[in-house]
Design a protein around this ligand. Structure first.
Ligand code: UDP
Length: 333
């Protein structure tokens, strides 16, 4: 009798019902890569998870739950999205951030070590760089987070690096710049109504679902006085995760990579682009600077292209805001 070909092993995606995790689940599904997700649905939505992906409702900080899922689904790799992501909240509740981000990551990495799972793709953040003046910010910029959110993520980066020699655990650490937009096919998007991110808030204001957008600070040392950020389309980011997984499955070495385009846009450019694609006016008022906002954050973004062969497909600001607006319109008002 001929042997049956072995079923492909699954990647465990934590936080797959959330904004970025759900885009990655769709990208994995599109690529024919089997996945399973754990999400406690605290901010995520069941509907964001593709139908073909098993969703286990629960907390990634539970070692028992992790053991059960890893055993049941023949997991060989992990992508870790679950966590808390709001910077001002991290200042108010630092211990909650260390628990949800750092301690839960420790529980997850411990499970990886116990089960011999040796591949992790980790969602980190440009917040690990803190208030740097470097433009662009490459991966060799010293890390110096200025809030508990950035510190909680940097601690997990450190655990990953220490776990490699001890447990053979290889990782791709992805440091996100400003993630925005939505799946061009409309399957998922940013669904948290209270999200504070510029493009989300501007779309809500345009649709009359919020009062006017406040433009935080007009006296920054930038060409138009408003802050500059490197906005990356969430579908390009999702593709980078798939490539990172394939890199690790192919035996590739551990990497730390910025995720951005290496190009910045100001708050006013974002607002004007949204007005141009919609033909409508964004109600906006000028406001004081928001504490803690650096004038300019742009990724040094060469390494991810070189090391993963990543070629962004959606790297136009007008596409990012068009997809974000279409998604926002599709949500119940
Ligand atoms: N911003 C703004 N109004 C808002 C939200 C954001 O002017 O309602 C500005 C913010 O000051 C920053 C940029 O938009 O300069 C991006 O902010 P966001 O919160 O989206 O991301 P961050 O860079 O803080 O991670």
């Amino acid at each position: 009798m001929l042997d049956q070909p072995a079923a492909p092993r699954r990647v465990l995606v934590t936080g797959g019902a959330g904004y970025i995790g759900s885009h990655v689940l769709h990208a994995l599904t599109d690529a024919g890569i089997p996945a399973v997700t754990i999400d406690n649905l605290s901010t995520g939505r069941r509907a964001a998870v593709p139908e073909s992906v098993p969703l286990v409702e629960g907390d990634v900080g539970s070692a028992d739950l992790l053991d059960r899922v890893i055993r049941a689904h023949d997991v060989d790799a992990v992508m870790h999205f679950a966590g808390s992501i709001v910077v001002p909240e991290s200042v108010e509740k630092p211990l909650a951030y260390y628990r949800n981000n750092t301690v839960s990551s420790l529980t997850l990495l411990d499970a990886c070590a116990r089960f011999g799972i040796d591949k992790v793709v980790f969602s980190s953040t440009a917040a690990v760089y803190g208030a740097t003046d470097r433009v662009p910010i490459d991966e060799d910029t010293p890390t110096a987070p200025i809030n508990p959110y950035g510190a909680s993520k940097l601690m997990t980066e450190r655990m990953l690096r220490d776990a490699e020699p001890a447990h053979g655990l290889r990782s791709v650490i992805l440091r996100y710049f400003n993630v925005a937009g939505a799946d061009p096919a409309g399957r998922t998007g940013q669904a948290t109504p209270t999200a504070t991110h510029l493009i989300k808030v501007a779309c809500q204001a345009l649709l009359g679902r919020r009062p006017a957008l406040s433009i935080f600070g007009t006296d920054y040392p930038t060409p138009d006085g408003t802050c500059i950020r490197d906005y990356i389309h969430v579908s390009d980011l999702a593709e980078a995760h798939v490539l990172a997984l394939l890199h690790l499955r192919g035996g590739g070495e551990s990497l730390t990579l910025n995720c951005g385009y290496g190009r910045g846009a100001s708050v006013l450019e974002v607002v004007r682009t949204l007005e141009a694609v919609s033909g409508e006016t964004v109600p906006a008022t000028f406001a004081d600077r928001r504490p803690g906002d650096p004038p300019q954050l742009v990724a040094g973004a060469d390494r991810i292209r070189e090391r993963l062969g990543w070629v962004p497909k959606h790297d136009r600001l007008d596409e990012i805001v068009r997809n974000a607006l279409a998604w926002e319109r599709s949500l119940p008002g």
